[in-house]
Design a protein around this ligand. Structure first.
Ligand code: CO
Length: 133
């Protein structure tokens, strides 16, 4: 059920600037992509076994604005695991008492695939994203 680590997301004020140092080590860096539905701009750094997702606030009500108020220099924001079927995973997690953020309906994430976010209190203090692989 639980698949690969898809990415580790780091919230920053400038995603392209943050990714630059990875480029100096030869990592593949994506262009900046605005995701208005999620209130962020993303830049992905592709590593051999996973990705780093830099997220920058987009719009007045960005869900990462508060995080950046508390962490002015940026910081690790969430980790994303792949699952084969997001609604099956969601229903199993709800049955176990885990809290799904938002309305519980998967949204299309940065890779064009359905994603959901899970409450950090149910995952040892880490915000978790699941993405249908
Ligand atoms: Co993510």
């Amino acid at each position: 059920m639980l698949g690969r680590l898809n990415h580790v997301a780091i919230a920053v004020n400038d995603a392209e600037k943050a990714a630059r140092i990875y480029g100096s080590l030869g990592a593949d860096i994506s262009p900046a992509v605005p995701l208005p539905e999620h209130g962020v701009i993303t830049v992905f750094v592709t590593l051999p076994n996973t990705k780093i997702e830099f997220i920058q606030p987009l719009g007045e009500t960005s869900p990462i604005a508060k995080f950046l108020e508390r962490n002015a220099d940026g910081g690790i924001h969430h980790i994303c695991y792949e699952v084969p079927d997001i609604t099956v995973a969601r229903d199993l997690l709800i049955k176990e008492g885990a809290r799904v953020l938002g309305d519980g309906i998967p949204k299309i994430g940065a890779h064009g695939k359905p994603v959901l976010f899970l409450h950090p209190k149910d995952f040892s203090g880490a915000l978790v994203e699941i993405e249908q692989a």
